[in-house]
Design a protein around this ligand. Structure first.
Ligand code: SAM
Ligand code: SF4
Length: 340
């Protein structure tokens, strides 16, 4: 018991950053490739692809997660690019789930390949899934994602629901003049299904983002939703993130509103992000990255790796410095390159 306590104390201490936040959540991008071209994430022609050698191997990612889990990372989210297009992904998921200390592994996907993989993913131990879907109109879906694949995504969502994934979260990037007229229809899905429909503020990542004209704030989304029915504040048992949750009276599903821009959640941020090419970002909006690919590919042992992770998380910034001026200039990589 004494030994366990010492270990727990040590763990707590190792994943606490210099502002006292416990960092226990790691988002991993397994690929920079994608089978969609969402207008807010990528140019139509795509982005220059990383070469095979530049991308971390599954073994390298697993080693990183093992060491991070030893420091107190308990939650892992797998994302991309589109994670389901990477070969061997389901087996990789199984191995992440088996890592001691990792209590929860979840997935963010665009859903295009979800229907054929849902069952296998569930059996691999992934039970929580976020699917991005910005519209219920197939023609609009084709315009937003530049691919005519709405029905594949919708079938994927239904299949995940049928397989028992809970919660199935639907991520909607709300954009004025593009899909904001569907906020109510998307929210109404929560009357029919136990889904968590989460509205996310559009974030600027690339110079083409005309964010000011399409930005719609969380407060505006909330006032629109209130007109639909009585919205009761609630919590999502499985969410430690920045979403505020609500529920319409009598609805089985929940509504999430995520406001990284208008109300930033830096004070409680518990995350690290590992990009597909092995860069660790301690803040989504920071341009600073630590090159863990090089560290993983040298002959250093796990204790060296652990020390570098601790050093990185201790330097996690207190808060992001996004302001309107920086928005206008736009920063860093697009989400497809960071891992959303
Ligand atoms: N391809 C997968 C998907 O679309 O779910 C996973 C990666 S994607 C980069 C992860 C999330 O980032 C998606 O929910 C997407 O909507 C969101 N995202 C991408 N670019 C964004 C932006 N500019 N503003 C807000 N959310 C964005
Ligand atoms: Fe692909 Fe996801 Fe980016 Fe859309 S948001 S282009 S699905 S990575």
């Amino acid at each position: 018991m004494a030994e366990v306590k010492t270990r727990l104390e040590r763990t707590e201490c190792l994943n606490r950053d210099s502002y006292g936040r416990i960092i226990d959540y790691l988002r991993i991008s397994v690929t920079d490739r994608c089978n969609l071209r969402c207008i807010y994430c990528m140019p139509e022609s795509g982005v220059p692809k990383l070469s095979h050698e530049e991308i971390l191997t599954y073994e390298e990612i697993l080693r990183f997660v093992r060491v991070a889990a030893g420091l107190g990372i308990t939650k892992v989210r797998l994302t991309g690019g589109e994670p389901l297009i990477r070969k061997g992904f389901v087996d990789f998921c199984k191995r992440v789930v088996e890592i001691m200390g990792v209590g929860r592994v979840s997935l963010t996907t665009n859903g295009v390949l979800l229907a054929p993989f849902a069952n296998q993913l569930y059996d691999a131990g992934i039970h929580r899934i976020n699917v991005s879907l910005d519209t219920l109109k197939p023609d609009r879906f084709a315009r937003i994602t530049r691919r005519d694949l709405f029905h594949r995504v919708w079938n994927g969502i239904m299949e995940a629901h049928r397989c028992g994934f809970y919660p199935v979260k639907i991520n909607v990037v709300a954009m004025k003049g593009i899909n904001d007229d569907e906020i109510e229809d998307l929210a109404a899905l929560t009357f029919e299904y136990p889904f968590h429909v989460r509205f996310i503020e559009f974030m600027p990542f690339s110079p083409e983002d005309k964010w000011t004209s399409h930005f719609i704030s969380a407060d505006e989304i909330y006032s629109r939703l209130r007109k639909l029915g009585k919205l009761l504040p609630t919590v999502s048992k499985n969410s430690n993130g920045p979403a505020r949750y609500f529920q319409f009276l009598g609805a089985p599903g929940k509504i999430g509103i995520i406001s990284p821009i208008s109300h930033h959640f830096c004070a409680t941020c518990n995350r690290l992000r590992l990009t597909a090419d092995g860069m660790l970002r301690t803040c989504l909006f920071s341009v600073e990255e630590i090159d863990f690919k090089t560290i993983l590919r040298t002959n250093e042992d796990d204790s060296f790796l652990a020390k570098q992770i601790i050093k990185a998380l201790q330097n996690k910034p207190a808060k992001h410095s996004l302001n309107r001026e920086i928005f206008k200039k736009c920063i860093g990589r697009p989400m497809v390159k960071i891992g959303g």
